[in-house]
Write a protein that binds this ligand. Structure first.
Ligand SMILES: *Cc1c(COP(=O)(O)O)cnc(C)c1O
Length: 349
């Protein structure tokens, strides 16, 4: 895009909220170091900038999912920081992996053999303690597998740290048991929600994602974690809709009186889900401007009757309180963040 182009939609990213969330997670992590998960472009915020901000705040352990992501993040890592790749190494990743500073999180005997055969150097290892997703199964695990492996961090992942569940007794215990047998510099079990479950879940290193970015996966987060992301959208057109007329596809909204509406530059192609039709809202200062009619691909119409001065070219904020929007829609806070599309200009304030 040329230099003169200014997008009619942007994400306001609040640096002080990100840092405040990080500091809270550092404190909750106790004696464990607190890392940061920046996969999926830092949940849609932009990994390069997030890594920069968190590195300044002292974060030294970063996590991504794939080597494509590792390549994007690497140039932004401080000298003494570490980067781990959750999905380990496929055969076709080896060349990139061997040339990279990042460590693979090896997830299977096959990956371990591949890494050893290549003389790959420091690595991480994921063990499965109940998730049945990625990682070595503990059942019948051949401990000889680890001979000659230089393990930095041994990891496992919690199934349901958000709520009380019997697995929250089982998983830390199984993890501590296997960690006692495998030679690794550090042990890491908890993501955002696990950090809130206390001492027994912390081990040596934590790896939050969603809570850094304003998500609240555990009740403990709710008072402390601050919203980081606010979509801001320009008004394209103002109009007056008369009683009895409908708005948008499918005529799902019919005005019961004369009202003032504004059509704004956001839609489901930007990640503003169609389920927010007749349900979401924009905000102008403290005035709530309800979404009326269907969310379409690139456009949303809002009721601006209570804000008569709003006109074409003015900007409104979308209400994007993650907990509230998740409750409204049944979407997860993770989907609400990672779905936010490429048409938003991202800026830090
Ligand atoms: C995504 C991910 C995390 C971060 O989880 P949040 O719930 O966002 O804090 C941590 N560990 C692993 C293995 C992950 O895949």
């Amino acid at each position: 895009m040329d230099r003169e182009y200014r997008s009619p939609s942007r994400l306001r990213l609040d640096r002080s909220a990100l840092l405040s969330n990080y500091r809270w997670l550092v404190e909750k992590s106790g004696n464990a170091a607190c890392g940061a998960v920046v996969k999926a472009d830092a949940y849609g915020l932009g990994a390069a900038a997030v890594v920069g901000h968190l590195a300044e705040a002292g974060c030294r352990d970063f996590f991504v999912a794939t080597w494509g992501e590792a390549r994007q993040v690497e140039p932004h890592l401080p000298e003494n920081a570490s980067l781990s790749v959750f999905h380990g190494v496929r055969a076709e990743d080896m060349e990139v992996a061997l040339a990279s500073r990042a460590r693979p999180v090896l997830i299977s005997a096959e990956q371990i053999a591949r890494w050893k055969a290549a003389g790959g150097g420091p690595c991480d290892v994921m063990v499965d303690t109940g998730m049945n997703r990625l990682g070595l199964s503990l059942d019948g695990l051949d401990m000889g597998l680890f001979d000659g492996l230089e393990i930095d961090t041994l990891l496992s992942h919690l199934v349901l740290a958000e709520e009380d569940h019997p697995l929250n007794d089982v998983q830390p215990m199984l993890f501590a048991e296997i960690a006692g047998k495998v030679k690794a510099k550090r042990r890491s079990l908890s993501a955002s929600a696990g950090i809130c479950r206390g001492e027994k879940f912390l081990f040596d290193l934590t790896r939050p994602g969603i809570a850094l970015y304003g998500g609240t996966p555990h009740p403990d987060c709710e008072a402390a974690i601050r919203q980081v992301v606010t979509p801001q959208v320009e008004i394209l057109q103002r109009r007056t809709v008369c009683g009895g007329e409908s708005v948008g596809y499918g005529a799902t909204f019919v005005a019961d009186r004369t009202m003032e509406t504004a059509t704004i530059n956001i839609g489901y192609a930007d990640g503003y889900a169609r389920i927010f039709s007749n349900m979401g809202s924009a905000l102008k200062e403290d005035v709530r401007l309800p979404v009326i009619g269907r969310v379409s691909m690139d456009l949303v119409t809002i009721d601006v009757t209570d804000c008569p001065s709003l006109k074409e070219g003015d900007w409104v904020d979308m209400d994007y309180d993650l907990a509230y929007m998740a409750m409204l829609s049944g979407l997860s806070q993770y989907e609400l963040l990672t779905g936010l599309g490429k048409r938003f200009e991202r800026y830090w304030a």
